[in-house]
Design a protein around this ligand. Structure first.
Ligand SMILES: [Zn+2]
Length: 93
């Protein structure tokens, strides 16, 4: 019986905090799509996710909270009148 602490894979790498987590959400999975995580990461946190880049495509539940919170607080701020800046164009390389 070996120790599970020696297991080579403890979880998945989070794209945002780069920590290895056992509970992650795949950025192109159904749940992330439902929460519009990729769109929110780009829009509110300027984190660009591209399906063809070599970065991990999973984020941990802590970072999901961060994304959703950022989206929520910036949406509230956006209600104030002011010049709306168009989002920068982004295309996958
Ligand atoms: Zn994370």
């Amino acid at each position: 019986m070996g120790s599970y602490m020696q297991a080579p894979i403890l979880g998945f790498l989070c794209q945002m905090c780069t920590e290895v987590e056992r509970h992650v959400i795949h950025l192109y999975g159904e749940r992330a799509r439902h929460l519009q995580l990729v769109e929110k990461m780009e829009k509110y946190l300027s984190i660009r996710v591209c399906q063809s880049d070599p970065l991990p495509k999973t984020i941990c539940s802590k970072c999901v909270e961060v994304v959703l919170h950022a989206a929520m607080s910036k949406k509230e701020a956006a209600i104030k009148p002011g010049p709306a800046a168009p989002p920068p164009e982004w295309t996958c390389p």
